[in-house]
Structures are given as structure tokens and as C-alpha cells.
Design a protein. Structure first.
Length: 325
């Protein structure tokens, strides 16, 4: 991966152009041809550095609800339970982490589905007695973007979501959640499927982004292959009056991709969750130390990622109903 690749990766993550020929726009910025940009991205995909380029929808804005769940699984059963959890179509992320609560996954379902009941059924099916149900109380940050150039370029500030209600077009979501094809006019297949023009597709993307229903249109990278092999989930136990400050300090770090406030429990007194990425564990440790010092919160727990069992995008509005039972 050379300097040009890194510039392309940052463009794919931070400033993907919502125009008919976005790769041409990136090519002009980077200083190479459109064809070379496409060839380089294709190679980055083959190397499993780029996962997918698509619209990243906010599930809560398009009729879905999600939750973070942690299972306490006997070590001898961990792989078996992880594979059973993976079967559920609403599970998009599933990891083994270094803790007694050792299996952490996200579950996303349509709003009309009882989320707690679905989670309870999954725990029962897996034979799990101790588990944590951790819905979001407040989101301080969600921005899985890895700066490949060492923060050498300005980042676009996220736009403030419009309060206007959005009538969700399910066909639009179905088409734009797909991986964009590597071609000069990547929005043309979606336009053809919808019976729209490419201009109508890109305008609708901008409208969804303005309302917050789309967080961004971008590539998500595979951190290990992109040079960020270390990641640690850190859960914090701040006093009530420290939550806001801790959230702001953590969210300001470029190494923090996710920062949420979640409910705490008598046996699990942690209310702020941060996902920290780095080139090494030592780099992650420095970030943790800085956040602790600046916030004054010294009660925290580090859950190092041991294994990735599943990481995909949730498929919204599938045409065929799926049931894991």
C-alpha cells in the first residue's frame, strides 16, 4: 500500500463524492486517472483491505432497532455458541473478547419486533443464563474511519441532521445498501433498478444524509489488513456527573470509532463504551490512559478482541422473510 492508495482510502472513507462519476472526482483529487483509481480499489478489495462501498444507514431512522448483547459462555462452548448466534439474520457483528462476558454481538431487528424477546429467545436457544442487554441511551460518536495519512488532511465535519420526518423508500434502501460496483458510473445499476436517473439517486442520497437516515456514503475498511490490528473495547464506570465529559473527551479521539452511553447493572457498573483502534496494543493503551487522565475516570475495564466471528452489514428490508429459529 503506497501513498496514493492511502489517499484513495481516505477519500473513500471521508469524502466520497455523491456525483454520477465519483471515482473520476477522486482521481482528480489524487492526481491519477479514473481507471487507475478503479484498478487500485479493486486490488485493495482483493487484499481484503476494503470491505464494501455503500450507503451506511442509521437503522433507528429507517424503522429498525438495535442492541449490544454480551453472553457469558463457558470457554469450551464459545465457538459453538458464536456460530449459533451468527445464524440470526439480525446479527451483524460478533466477537470473542477477553472477559467473563466473552461473546459480544449486535442484534438489529425491525421496529415491530420485540427486541428484548428476540434476545431472550436467542439466549435460551444458546443455553446462556448470564447475559447483558445493552441498548443505547446516548450516542456520543459512531464513525468507523481509519485515517490512513496520519491525520495530515482536514476532515469534513458531519452535517447536522434535519428534524424533518422521512418517508422511507424501501426499494431505495434495498438498492443503496449494496456494495457499489467498481465502474465509471456506479450509481447507474441502482438507478436502472429503481427506474430513476443517476441524478435522482444522488439527490436522494444527499436528502437521506441531511435527515440523518444515512450517516455517510463510504467505504468501511478491515482494520487488521489496513494496518490497525489492535482494537480494545473499553467500558467505563463514571460517576453520573462525569458521563458527559467522558463522552466528549473519548469522542474527540481519532482512535475512538464508537462511544455510547448504555445502562449499568449492579454486577456490571459500566455505562460508557468506547471502541479504540490502533497500530498496536501499546498505542491503544496510550489512548486509554489519556482519556482516563483527561476525564478523571479511573474505573474502567479493557476487553481486548480475541476473534472476529462475524462482521457484515445488516440487510434492511430483505424481500424474503428469514427466521433463525
Amino acid at each position: 500500500m503506497d501513498a496514493v492508495d492511502k489517499k484513495i482510502l481516505n477519500a473513500l472513507q471521508f469524502d466520497f463524492p455523491l456525483v454520477a462519476r465519483p471515482f473520476l472526482s477522486i482521481a482528480k483529487t489524487v492526481g491519477i486517472t479514473e481507471q487507475e483509481v478503479l484498478q487500485r480499489i479493486a486490488l485493495l478489495k482483493r487484499k481484503k483491505i476494503v470491505r464494501q462501498i455503500s450507503a451506511i444507514f442509521d437503522s433507528s431512522k429507517i424503522g429498525y432497532r438495535g442492541v449490544l448483547i454480551a453472553f457469558k459462555v463457558p470457554q469450551r462452548r464459545l465457538n459453538r455458541v458464536a456460530l449459533l448466534v451468527n445464524v440470526h439474520p439480525g446479527v451483524s457483528h460478533n466477537y470473542a473478547r477477553a472477559d467473563d462476558f466473552n461473546l459480544w454481538f449486535t442484534l438489529t431487528v425491525p421496529s415491530e419486533t420485540d427486541l428484548k424477546r428476540e434476545a431472550t429467545a436467542l439466549a435460551k436457544r444458546a443455553g446462556i443464563r448470564e447475559w447483558l442487554f445493552l441498548p443505547t441511551i446516548r450516542r456520543f460518536k459512531i464513525s468507523f474511519q481509519l485515517d490512513m495519512e496520519g491525520n495530515s488532511r482536514p476532515r469534513r465535519k458531519p452535517s447536522r441532521a434535519s428534524p424533518r420526518p422521512l418517508a422511507v423508500d424501501r426499494n431505495f434502501v434495498r438498492e443503496l445498501q449494496k456494495d457499489l460496483p467498481l465502474m465509471a458510473r456506479p450509481f447507474s445499476p441502482a438507478a436502472l433498478a429503481l427506474g430513476w436517473t443517476e441524478g435522482e439517486v444522488t439527490r436522494e442520497l444527499r436528502r437521506y444524509r441531511a435527515t440523518g437516515a444515512i450517516r455517510r456514503v463510504a467505504s468501511v475498511l478491515r482494520p487488521v489488513n489496513a494496518g490497525f490490528p489492535a482494537n480494545i473495547l473499553v467500558v467505563w464506570a463514571p460517576r453520573t456527573e462525569q458521563v458527559d465529559q467522558l463522552g466528549r473527551i473519548a469522542a474527540a479521539s481519532k482512535n475512538v470509532s464508537h462511544c455510547y452511553e448504555r445502562p449499568e447493572f449492579p454486577t456490571w457498573p459500566y455505562s460508557v463504551y468506547t471502541m479504540i483502534h490502533g497500530h498496536s496494543i501499546a498505542e491503544c493503551e496510550k489512548v486509554i490512559h489519556f482519556i482516563a487522565q483527561e476525564s478523571g475516570v479511573d474505573n474502567y475495564r479493557k476487553l481486548t478482541t480475541l476473534k472476529e466471528y462475524k462482521k457484515i452489514r445488516v440487510e434492511y428490508f430483505p424481500r424474503a422473510k428469514r427466521d433463525f429459529r
